[in-house]
Design a protein around this ligand. Structure first.
Ligand code: PEP
Ligand code: MG
Length: 750
């Protein structure tokens, strides 16, 4: 059963267009379920209340595209409206039955239909029919499982169909990653290590593509021969023969011919190779003989070897369009470093959400990002014109003139707002009733601090030290770290700079320190790692304290504190390092201020104990939200549930602020909520007077602070705390912002 299921899903995923995919499904189902007929109805894109018969087998093919049913109309419409399967032994006897004339279905009264649902939307209905023999429970379960799996494939095939056949403008929806809008050209990431990630590209230089393909193949051939030779003494003859068989496959024959044919048709070598390898592997995988079916893996293995060489031969990948929109299945923070900063205009990632680190990085760089776009046809997007709307999490593929005009207009309005905000850079952030708020920037993600200083930042509230660790292939030395920290402390001389100790783990991996865990966010992360590896912690703190000598604006922040013991251990090590450096330089050194991030729920309930040990606390709303709501901050499937304005998160923050005030411990916020205009309103209402955010949010936050009184924000928070969910709270704050004529701060133009 599972084998059949996989085969259909695989076939559908490989189909060149949606019509072929649907025909494949109907034919396979008729065969596998020994049915007499099979139909697929899909909801119309322009009117989802109406479904159209898109494919059938066993019935009159002339009715395809002609039969339409409204939701609730007929048995099929009822299945869709109720989002529930129906298994009928006599469909014509059902009160909703509607005979489709000239279809031929009158001969097949037994009907089993299931809805096709993706992300709560009913996409359509698949049904099978028979003249006799009712469908049993197993068959119903099979069809239900298949429909659930096919939902994504159908969405993807539809999206792809619109992209390749009609070239028309269409919108895809994900989640808002980083605010802003951009119009540009897609550059699909290609890490060249697996066939799946190779994007389609056209080439105008066929000769050079053929040349690099042939070079790559001949290099792999040579390697294989050498390996066979080396292994001869260690492996039996037949195992060595495998290497020779691989080399043989590359010496001519259909693998090579088909790839060259595709290159000659104007496709670049890597995608031509990918297609050929996939086709050959597919043919093998369908063979009944398990030995031969297993050869599909050999072909893919060979495919990857050649691909790696091919990518080394390729230089075309480095041609970034002026307005590059970086597109990938999973764009990562380090991918951004590959794009020249002047070219990067936007990001679209099929996976991830607004609090993924790449989204935070994009926000810091002022690059709009759309994350978690389900079924994005990534491989086919290279070179395609795109619009990125990072405010509402949507993107337009092949935007038409109407869409482009609309977005050009928004961009103009956005520029006007930015110009207007620049006038605030030298003003202090004070509420109408004279409450002063200190506004700092989050940094560590980029070396250029000029924009922060230009925006009037009053210091660095969070310097994420992990990025310099992530972009290297080994731990940075004390000296390398010293230079980095010294630079930022000097740049912000006279202002506080909060350097956070290493917070890797979770979704911030280090290539040279692999951690394999089933639940990385609940695993070895942040201070848990650095306390288990005091040598890493000590080197980092040494670099920080040495960098602070003679400047004296360093504050050290500890991430992922979940209890008192972690603080005790960290403080012990920091004190020891300070003593060591004092001894080395022969003079007294004051201990920098030390703070704890409050981002783990246990820390909320231990705020009193924590405050007694530290000089300040900083609320990490990104992780606090993730852990309080049990919603993975990276997972687009649950992105709708992730909101730092959730009443539970607000209540937890109120508790933190109360605890900090009781202990006279300064409290600030450095999570993304601090840079969200609505978040600013909520946080001020709690009595928080220090916020740290991406530089691009700073002047917007200042504008909000200047426009409200502290007392009215306190009242608004009391209202918010009575509300049952985040969307009501968001709406309430957005309404208040709008009343002041500041709606443009959260969405220019709309
Ligand atoms: C947070 O969790 O809110 C935070 C600021 O830290 P990071 O996003 O780096 O985990
Ligand atoms: Mg965090």
């Amino acid at each position: 059963m599972i084998h059949r299921l996989h085969r259909i899903v695989q076939e559908v995923n490989r189909a060149p267009d949606i019509d072929t995919a649907l025909v494949l499904i109907t034919e396979s189902l008729t065969r596998d379920l020994t049915a007499d007929a099979c139909t697929i109805f899909l909801a119309r894109k322009d009117d989802p209340e109406v479904m159209v018969l898109q494919a059938c087998s066993g019935l009159n093919p002339a009715i395809v595209g002609k039969v339409e049913l409204r939701m609730g109309q007929g048995v099929i419409g009822t299945i869709a409206a109720r989002a529930e399967a129906m298994n009928l032994t006599n469909a014509p006897a059902h009160k909703k039955f509607l005979l489709v004339p000239e279809s031929g279905e009158a001969d097949f009264p037994i009907l089993l239909g299931v809805p096709i649902i993706a992300h709560r939307d009913v996409l359509g209905v698949i049904s099978v029919q028979r003249a006799e023999n009712a469908f049993n429970e197993d068959e119903e379960a099979y069809l239900t499982t298949l429909a659930a799996q096919l939902a994504n494939s159908i969405e993807r095939a539809e999206s792809l169909g619109r992209l390749t056949t009609q070239q028309t403008s269409h919108m895809v929806k994900g989640v808002a990653g980083a605010p802003g809008m951009a119009i540009g050209v897609a550059m699909v990431l290609n890490r060249g290590v697996n066939l799946d990630s190779v994007p389609d590209k056209k080439t105008s230089d066929i000769d050079s593509e053929l040349d690099s393909f042939r070079k790559a193949v001949s290099k792999v051939c040579e390697e294989l021969m050498l390996q066979a030779e080396k292994m001869r003494d260690h492996l039996p003859e037949e195992e060595c023969a495998l290497f020779l068989a691989y080399a043989q496959m590359l010496s001519g024959g259909s693998l090579i011919d088909d790839t060259e044919k595709s290159i000659n048709a104007g496709n670049w070598a890597p995608s031509s190779w990918r297609e050929t390898v996939e086709q050959h592997a597919y043919v093998f995988s369908q063979m009944e003989d398990p030995y031969l079916a297993e050869r599909a893996n050999d072909i893919r293995d060979l495919g990857v070897r050649v691909l790696r060489k091919l990518m080394l031969e390729q230089s075309t990948f480095l041609d970034f369009p002026d307005q590059t929109i970086l597109v990938g299945d999973e764009v990562t923070a380090t991918d951004l470093a590959d794009v020249p900063p002047d070219c990067l205009s936007g990001i679209i990632s099929a996976h991830g959400s607004s609090s993924s680190h790449v989204a935070i990085l994009a926000h810091a760089l002022g690059i709009p990002a759309v994350m978690g776009v389900p079924n994005l046809p990534v491989k086919q997007l290279d070179g395609v014109k795109l619009v990125v709307d990072g405010y509402n999490g949507s993107a337009f593929i092949n935007p038409d003139k109407l869409v482009l005009d609309e977005y050009n207009q928004y961009l103009e309005e956005e520029n006007a707002i930015e110009q207007d905000l620049m006038g605030l850079k030298n003003e202090s952030a004070v509420t109408i009733d004279k409450h002063r708020v200190s506004l700092m920037v989050n940094s560590g993600l980029m070396s250029d601090h000029t924009p922060s200083l230009r925006s009037g930042a009053e210091g660095v509230g969070l310097y994420r030290t992990e990025i310099p660790f992530q972009v290297r292939d080994r731990f940075p030395s004390e000296e390398e770290q010293y230079q980095i920290y010294r630079n930022v402390l000097e740049t912000f001389k006279g202002m506080p700079v909060v350097l956070r100790t290493l917070d890797v783990g979770g979704d911030k991996p280090l290539s040279y320190f692999p951690i394999n865990e089933a639940n990385p966010f609940l695993g070895w992360r942040g201070v848990r790692i650095t306390l288990d590896h005091p040598e890493i912690f000590i080197t980092q703190v040494r670099a920080m304290i040495r960098a602070n000598l003679g400047i004296n604006n360093l504050e050290i922040l500890l991430p992922m504190i979940s209890g008192k013991a972690e603080l005790d251990d960290s403080l012990f090590l920091i004190n020891r390092v300070r003593d060591e450096i004092e001894e080395e330089c022969g003079e007294k050194i004051g201990l920098p201020k030390i703070g704890a991030m409050i981002e783990v729920p246990s820390a909320v309930y231990q705020i009193d104990d924590i405050c007694k040990l530290v000089d300040f606390v900083s609320i990490g709303t990104n992780d606090l939200t993730q852990y309080l709501l049990a919603v993975d901050r990276n997972n687009e499937n649950v992105a709708d549930l992730y909101s730092s304005l959730h009443p539970a998160v607000l209540k937890a923050m109120c508790q933190i602020v109360r605890g900090a005030l009781d202990n006279d411990t300064p409290v600030s916020v450095c999570g993304e909520l601090a840079g969200d205009p609505l978040g600013v309103m909520a946080l001020l209402g709690m009595g928080i007077d220090s916020l740290s955010m991406s530089v691009g949010s700073l002047l917007r936050a200042k504008k909000v602070i200047l426009s409200f009184s502290y007392s009215e924000l306190t009242e608004m928070l009391q209202q918010a705390l009575q509300m049952p969910d985040a969307s009501m709270i968001r709406e309430m704050y957005a309404g208040k912002l709008d009343e002041r004529g500041l709606g443009g701060l959260i969405r220019a133009g709309k």
